[in-house]
Design a protein around this ligand. Structure first.
Ligand code: SAM
Length: 400
């Protein structure tokens, strides 16, 4: 980059730091200094930008320093998530026109990166394990703040990891980088004072508990197969159990690849459609719109941890939401009624919608408390999430 561009990048970084302070994501002078110093543009030499939605779904346009240097530099310092990989293999380098695909790697929204670093509550001398290196930008901020030898980062995708390693080198940082499944942690560099995950998990894995010191923190987004999310901070006890709470905000991350839901084939869905067509309906107390309620879908997912959904219209019929629990082969469907309500049909050994409604109704009766009223405890095998209502009346266990 030219000196002019360097000066421009430095000024964009200051503007980004100002914006992050105004949004309330950035509080501490130490992290502000790192935001001002770490050149994010080196971590996103190319990325995708969401363009239009076509009949092929969302399309992503490639942006790179070579194609449009000014736009690229500006975007690199906006408070935006920059998608760097689609469908686990397509990079901006591979395409010249907008393409379809599902994001599988990104440089996270700087506001979220910084907010999580603030929530991590680090102090000088602490060591951190990061799960999900991605572009390497958040690893670089931590190296800047804590020193290279205090930072370890693991990334499951070898191509993504290679890109991050090159960017970190270019920017002058040298954390411990590992390619592998972050759910195993990195035992050879343990113990850690902090674990931070920038991919989401259904279940906090046992190796993280083994590798974090007693009194240390784990910051991770807990998710599930109904795509509810909650950012949790857990403190490690000296009894091998970590316990904590959910933080406010609407934060979502891609699920760790090894905990992604199993693919449900067309044959399996067709069997579900057939089975439910044989069943009589009842009026639903809770409709499928629960998925649009941030905490509501989280509660629904706690009740149905191995269930997936799809919305589909068969042979010109009404748009119907289908649910399939792959663990028990139980299913449910929700079809709109002319009066604005929903008809529910259920098949299989577990009445999925009965379970979901029981949980959601109890949560509503408790006043629909937000996520920060929920707590989480895990020993790495059994994970419990409960509503901190005093009477323990809403509690969910996850062992699968
Ligand atoms: C949102 S991106 C990370 C963003 C990154 N912290 C940054 O600032 O650019 C999430 C990353 O997690 C990685 N990932 C997904 N599952 C993983 C796993 N089981 N172990 C390690 N990394 C994983 C993805 O490949 C992806 O690169």
């Amino acid at each position: 980059m030219t000196d002019g561009n360097d000066a421009r990048a430095a000024s964009l970084r200051r503007a980004l730091a100002d914006a992050l302070e105004r949004s309330g994501d950035l509080h501490s002078p130490q992290w502000r200094r790192s935001v001002e110093r770490v050149p994010r543009h080196l971590f996103v030499p190319e990325f995708f930008r969401r363009t239009e939605t076509s009949d092929r779904g969302t399309l992503w346009a490639p942006i790179s320093s070579g194609r449009d240097p000014e736009q690229w530099l500006d975007l690199a310092y906006r408070d935006e998530t920059l998608v760097t990989q689609l469908d686990r293999h397509i990079t901006p380098h591979d395409v010249t026109e907008p393409v379809g695909g599902d994001p599988t790697s990104s440089s996270t929204l700087p506001g979220l990166v910084v907010r999580m670093l603030e929530d991590l509550d680090v102090a000088d001398g602490m060591s951190v394990l990061e799960v999900g290196t991605g572009s390497g930008y958040s690893s670089a901020l931590m190296c800047d703040r804590l020193g290279d030898d205090r930072v370890t980062s693991i990334e499951v995708d070898p191509a993504v990891a290679a890109g991050a390693a090159a960017a970190l080198r270019r920017a002058g940082f040298a954390p411990g980088l590992v390619v592998g499944d972050g759910l195993d942690g990195v035992p050879e560099r343990a113990p850690y004072d902090r674990v931070i995950a920038t991919c989401a998990v259904r279940r906090v894995p046992r190796p993280w508990l083994d590798q974090v010191r007693a009194g240390g923190r784990i910051l991770v987004t807990v998710t599930g197969w109904l795509r509810g999310y909650g950012l949790a901070v857990l403190e490690m006890g000296d009894d091998g159990v970590a316990e904590g709470r959910f933080l406010p905000g609407t934060i979502s991350f891609m699920i760790a690849r090894s905990q992604a839901p199993p693919t449900i084939g067309d044959d399996q869905w067709n069997a579900v459609f057939g089975a439910l067509a044989e069943v009589g309906p009842r009026p639903a107390v809770v409709g499928p719109g629960i998925r649009k309620d941030w905490t509501g879908v989280f509660v629904a997912q706690l009740a149905l941890p191995t269930t997936q959904e799809q919305v589909i219209r068969i042979d010109g019929g009404p748009w119907t939401t289908y649910y399939l629990d792959t663990a028990t082969e139980s299913a449910a469907s929700l079809t709109p009624e002319p009066d604005g309500g929903w008809a529910v049909r259920q098949s299989g050994p577990v009445r999925l919608w009965d379970k979901l409604e029981a949980a959601v109704v109890r949560w509503r009766e408790a006043g629909s408390p937000p996520q920060e009223r929920f707590r989480i405890r895990t020993d790495g095998h059994a994970q419990t999430v409960w509503l901190d209502a005093g009477d323990g009346s809403l509690s969910w266990d996850l062992t699968v």
